[in-house]
Structures are given as C-alpha cells and as structure tokens.
Design a protein around this ligand. Structure first.
Ligand code: AMP
Length: 475
C-alpha cells in the first residue's frame, strides 16, 4: 500500500478571482494586497489570455512576490490569486498556490481557502489508482478528481469533484476561458461576490474572501457565494447554480472574532460591528473597577472600544505595535515566538504607571503571548492587570481552516479559568460567554455559525480524524 504523504492542510488563506477585465492580474495583485493579513507566507496569481494560463507564485509578501516586471507577464482578462499562511515544517513553494495543471478537460488553475477534511482518504485512494502528487496540500486532490471525471465539461467535472469533498472550501478556479468559484455546502469560509462597471457599461465580476479587497479596486459588493453554490463566469455570461443541497450553515465565527479585517463585510455582516458588540457584552459580563481600557493591538482594538463605551472607563492606546514586523517572527519556535512579542509591542509607561489596566484581546490560544503581554504591562508599572478575552475559552482545534494547535497545547482545554489566570499572571481573567458571542454576531435565533473551537461540537463528520489530529500535532 502506498505510504500516505498527506501531512498538511490549507489554512488561513485569502482567495481572489476576476473575469473579463483588461487588467485582471493587477486587480488580483491589489485584491491580495488588501488580504495580506489572511496569509503572509506565500502568494500567487494565475491569469489566462484565453489559451495560455500563466502562473507566478513564491514565498513571501504579495508586494515582494510580484515586482512590476513579474506582474506584467501575467496576461489576459481573467485571473485568480491566493495568499497563504502556514506554520513551520511546510513552508515550501511546492505548496504555494494557485496550482495549475493540464488535463483532459484543458488547462486549469485552482486556489483554495479552507481545509478538505477527507483529503487524506481521497488522496490514499487516488494514489492507489496511480495518481502522482507533487505537494502535501489537500488542494491538489481536487485537480486529480477533476482530471478523472467522466464529465465532458470543466464545470461538470468540477461539480462531480466538489461532491466528493468534505469540510471547508472556498475555491476559485481558472480555466482558459472562464472563472468558476464554489463554496462548501456548510459555508465555513467566506467568499464574497462583487462587480465593477467597465467602459461601455460592461459588467465585470470579482470574487474575494473579504470585501476589503473590493474596496481597494473600486468594486461593489453584491452578495456572498451561497453555501453549496457554484458561480460560473464565461463568454456566455454569469450563471449561479446549486451544485449540492446546502447543509446546516456553519460560518466560522473566528472570522468575526479575529481573522477578518474590521473594514470587511463577512457572511454579510460588518466585522467591526460584531467586534464592538463583543466588547460591549464582555464589559457587561466581566465588569471590574479600573482606570484604563487598553487593547492588544490590532486584534483587540474594536472589542476594547466596545468595552470602554459600555463601561465608561477611558480607552487608551497604551501598547504600541510595530507594524513592520511580519507574522514570520511568531511562527517557527516557542523561543522566537516569545521574542516576537517584544518585537511587536511596547508599552507606554506614562499611561500605564500606577494605573489599574483592563487589557482586552481577542483570544488566548497557548497562553504564552498573553503572559508576555501581561508581564510587559506590569513591567511598565501597572498596579493591576485585568485580562478580558472577547470570545469563550478555545478548547478544541479547528479542522476547517483556522490555525489552532492540537488540544494538548490549548491552555483552556487543559486548565480551568483560574489556572489560566495564574499562568498568564493576570489579577483577573474573564472570557466572553458563548451566548454573548452568538448575540454579538447576530446568531441567537439562526444557528448559522460554527463554534467548534469553543464547544468541540464539529458540524461535519470527520472521517479522517486521526490524520487531521496527526497533522495538527506535527507542528
Ligand atoms: P497565545 O495564547 O500565546 O497562543 O496567543 C494568543 C494571541 O494569538 C492572541 O493575541 C491572538 O490575537 C493571536 N491569535 C489567536 N489565534 C490566532 C491564529 N489562528 N493565528 C494567529 N494568531 C492568532
């Protein structure tokens, strides 16, 4: 039996697609630039001029990967793009996207945000049948399924391939003469659709993980690609079709808690609004007497604003962030992760000294960053440090595309709140409750979100759970 080579899955990515614009690659570049926060490890764009698909991808930030002379080579009126973040051990260009191949259906490129949870099983079976994989990513599985499909059209083959997949996927495909995008039937990861008006009144369609990408290129946000929906844009126009019946919606709540930019609309909702409400509800649930509300920038800013408004305690930017430090510094090892906090943040002693500080952050994962920050604030003379977290304790790893470590490393999975408080060395610690989180994202009645990282209740059957856990533990 061939040895399974699956050892990593897609995580924390941004995708973009455009059809029918004279500057397609430039738009993809700008769209990715706006979504740099969704992945800083590699970036890539594929474009099509109707017959050839051009691809350039490399490790690094979008602006570094695409100097003007590289971008100029990506010709044609349609393009897809991808930014990727991953942890150590898998930082290889072979896993950078888009993946581009030639098969019996023509040339095709694909980029993916999410995590296909049955990829290990699909891959094992494809390898047994002779498929050869080039990278360790789950996205390649899709291309092999497309190539093997008996359907004659690209859209038909894609539909057939998508029906084989489990888990989270917001996908953008580029064929020679069309762009096809699709979202998994649970709608885990976001995928927004927008339009731009070209000269002569012609409409051009764009797609992106976050609407902040549309703002930069002057596109108008129309709506979201629906869960289980496929949108095809080609010479004949745009068609939307439900390729699979939608399931229980499971939008990733962490997009609103942390991951998306506050100026984006995600799952049809303003992220800033959700975050401020998280802070307001946190103030109601975990009030404490203090002199200042201080955000951990940037992730805690909106929630801290909400906390300050609700509590009436003054908001002060007392931790200054160095914006020129990439996430690279907190990736490879614990030693460097600790160093990274100092590189990134510095307290303003004049604001903090002798004060009782409420420190607001979005989440505690391992607890080590929080402890560093609490120590830093205390080191700047704070009399008390009260840590407030704008989501419930993170107790279970995500298998749908957010980079959380294994359960073993999640501090809240193995400790009580009081034990965690002692570990992070705060005077008090308060997490937002699950009902309040649901209220903040407008999900009290609807049940449209996935809360698995806070509850351990995974909304899909995880058939390859051992492979998934192994992949998490390997970091
Ligand atoms: P720690 O508790 O030391 O593991 O780190 C918590 C910090 O990491 C918080 O400030 C969060 O904003 C940030 N954080 C939480 N989840 C993620 C994630 N998936 N990727 C990157 N940073 C994260």
């Amino acid at each position: 039996m061939p040895k399974p080579r699956f050892d990593k899955f897609r995580e924390e990515c941004g995708v973009f697609a455009v059809y029918g614009h004279p500057e397609a690659a430039n738009l993809a570049y700008l769209g990715l630039y706006a979504m740099q926060h969704r992945g800083q490890e590699s970036a890539g764009i594929s474009s099509s001029d109707g017959s050839t698909i051009y691809t350039h991808k490399s490790m690094g930030y979008v602006a570094d990967v695409f100097p003007p002379e590289r971008l100029a080579l990506l010709q044609g009126p349609s393009a897809i793009g991808h930014t990727r973040y991953s942890t150590a051990g898998d930082t290889v260009v072979a896993n950078a996207q888009p993946f581009s191949v030639s098969c019996n259906k023509g040339r095709i490129a694909v980029a993916h945000n999410g995590n296909i949870t049955n990829a290990p099983e699909l891959r094992r079976s494809l390898e047994q049948d002779g498929s050869i994989f080039q990278a360790s990513s789950d996205t390649e599985v899709i291309l092999h399924l497309v190539a093997r499909s008996r359907e004659r059209t690209m859209a038909g083959a894609l539909r057939e391939a998508l029906l084989e997949l489990d888990g989270a996927f917001s996908l953008v495909f580029l064929a020679q003469d069309r762009v096809i995008v699709a979202r998994d039937p649970n709608g885990f990861r976001p995928l927004a659709m927008g339009q731009m008006e070209l000269s002569g009144g012609r409409i051009c369609y764009v797609f992106a993980s976050e609407t902040c990408a549309f703002d930069l290129i002057g596109a108008v946000y129309l709506n979201d690609v629906e869960p289980g929906e496929m949108v095809i844009v080609g010479p004949e126009g745009m068609t939307r079709q439900q390729y699979a019946p939608p399931r229980q919606r499971s939008h990733c709540v962490f997009e609103h808690v942390y991951f998306s930019r506050p100026d984006s609309f995600v799952f049809g909702r303003a992220v800033q609004e959700s975050r401020e409400m998280l802070g307001r509800l946190l103030a109601r649930e975990h009030a404490v007497e203090a002199d200042l509300v201080v955000p951990v920038p940037d992730s805690g800013v909106a929630a801290a604003l909400g906390y300050a408004h609700e509590s009436g305690i003054p908001f002060r930017h007392a931790l200054i962030r160095n914006h020129y430090v990439g996430r690279t510094f907190i990736e490879p090892s614990q030693a460097i992760r600790d160093f990274g906090v100092k590189l990134k943040l510095n307290p303003i002693r004049a604001l903090i000294e002798g004060r009782r500080v409420i420190l607001v952050d979005d989440s505690i994962v391992r607890g080590t960053t929080s402890r560093k920050i609490v120590r830093m604030v205390r080191g700047a003379g704070a009399r008390e440090v009260h840590l407030r977290i704008s989501c419930p304790p993170t107790v279970s790893p995500c298998f749908y595309g957010v980079d959380t470590p294994s359960k073993k490393e999640l501090i809240a999975a193995n400790n009580t709140v009081e034990e965690t408080r002692r570990f992070v060395e705060a005077d008090s610690l308060g997490y937002l409750s699950l009902p309040a989180l649901r209220r903040a994202v407008g999900d009290e009645e609807k049940h449209d979100y996935c809360y698995a990282c806070y509850t351990g209740g995974y909304p899909t059957e995880l058939v390859c759970i051992e492979d998934l856990i192994r992949a998490k533990t390997r970091r």
